[in-house]
Design a protein around this ligand. Structure first.
Ligand code: PLP
Length: 405
């Protein structure tokens, strides 16, 4: 199979838009990815053909909705190579998945216990653990990074110990693009019997995630970052760990028996999925993952590497541009600051040229402070971006520099 970026782009209707008369150059894929027509169609089909609640209707629409919804769970399980379909818990996104785990663990943590995160966390994987520690009296340890955005593995290892209960880190940093050695980090944590949660928000769309091979206990991701809808995500957890995981949301769907005085919980996956789920979103995500799986992933990765390589090369020619995040193993995220130009101004001028990037603290304020900056401008690439768009971005940047300089 080969990778035809022009053909891929045709599958994404939004990419043919113009912004103020300029062709849209969408380079904010770290924030959210665009959706192929098949995903949009699957949402429309659901609402036009079989909208009904799942698992409870005594009618055909509900049966069909349930069939499609549960098929989507299978599609996720296949995509991430889960050992069992009931290890796939629907959430609203990465943030909720991490909260589900942290709120559960907070019920068990005690003073003396330790949770280890890294300096490169998105707020979703920092504040959540910080609060769990504050509530329970446990200690939060923050493993440092080097100035290039790479995790300091020796110090990470030294941060672990017999009191470590949970180790949580990103597969890929949203602010730096650093790809962490998940297997290696997991093995270090497992040497102390700690649980491991991987924040997969940025990792899921850039490679072949195999949760069994990674060896972690939890992997959380969002549908919208992997060509699926917003408002749907997945927490994958090992069945043996999830089975007894404390529930944090209670209500319909998740119970076995209820009296006015007490309740017992149902079996996985429903025991961790209280309330009516995002049915259309789950179906849309299943479609997105199937669509993605049908691509030649090695060719996709090679294309994305060509984009970031081209961007790094062209960045070297821009005077006064400093890249934030230059770890040897990084994916298509180009964060940077420029002399005499505030990121917000850069973003504004690029937007006037139809080029969409992210500016600000990247939801990682402590990381920005660690790096001695307040924020960055960030271009993030996806499989449908082209080398021409990379060049258009740098042309736009030069213009911004002239206007602001
Ligand atoms: N973790 C990382 C590394 C992210 O990049 C993001 C979103 O940008 C999140 C967590 C949170 O994802 P969501 O807002 O979809 O829950």
């Amino acid at each position: 199979m080969s990778f035809d970026v022009a053909a891929i782009r045709k599958e994404f209707p939004i990419l043919s838009q113009t912004v103020d008369g300029k062709p849209l150059v969408y380079l904010d894929n770290g924030a959210t990815t665009q959706k192929p027509q098949v995903v949009i169609d699957s949402l429309v089909n659901f609402y036009t053909q079989c909208n009904a609640n799942v698992h409870r209707g005594a009618h055909q629409l509900s049966d069909e909705a349930t069939r499609r919804y549960e098929k989507a769970r299978d599609q996720v399980a296949t995509f991430i190579n889960a050992a069992h379909r009931n290890e796939v818990i629907w959430t609203s996104g990465t943030t909720e998945g991490i909260n589900l785990v942290a709120k559960g663990l907070a019920q068990q943590l005690e003073a003396g216990d330790e949770v280890v995160v890294t300096e490169m966390e998105h707020h979703a994987n920092l504040v959540t653990w910080q609060q769990a520690c504050l509530q329970s009296g446990a200690t939060l340890r923050v493993a440092p990074i080097f100035d290039n955005g790479e995790l300091d593995l020796d110090t990470f290892k030294a941060s672990l110990g017999p009191n470590t209960r949970m180790v949580a880190f990103p597969h890929v940093s949203n602010a730096l693009g650093t790809v962490n050695p998940v297997k290696e980090l997991t093995a270090m944590a497992k040497a102390y019997g700690a649980l491991v949660l991987v924040d997969g928000a940025q990792g899921i769309a850039h490679g072949d995630v195999d949760v069994q091979a990674l060896g972690c206990d939890f992997y959380a991701f969002s549908g919208h970052k992997v060509f699926g809808p917003t408002g749907i995500g997945v927490l994958w957890g090992k069945q043996s760990v999830l089975e007894d995981w404390p529930v944090w949301l209670t209500g319909g769907e998740m119970i076995a028996d209820v009296t006015y005085q007490s309740a017992t919980w149902g079996a996985l996956p429903n025991r961790l999925e209280a309330g009516t789920p995002n049915i259309a979103g789950a179906i849309g995500l299943g479609t997105a993952l199937d669509w993605f799986s049908n691509l030649d992933i090695a060719a996709v990765q090679a294309h994305e590497k060509a984009l970031i390589d081209a961007a790094m090369t062209q960045a070297a020619d821009i005077q006064g541009m400093r890249l934030i995040g230059t770890a040897p193993n990084k994916i298509g995220i180009l964060s940077f600051v420029m002399d005499n130009a505030h990121p917000a101004d850069i973003g504004f001028i690029l937007d006037r040229q139809g080029i969409a990037i992210r500016t600000g603290d990247n939801c990682a304020q402590p990381l920005m402070h660690r790096l001695g900056i307040n924020g960055t401008a960030r271009a993030s690439f996806s499989l449908y971006n082209t080398l021409e768009e990379v060049s258009a971005f740098f042309a736009g940047l030069r213009k911004a520099q002239t206007m602001l300089g």
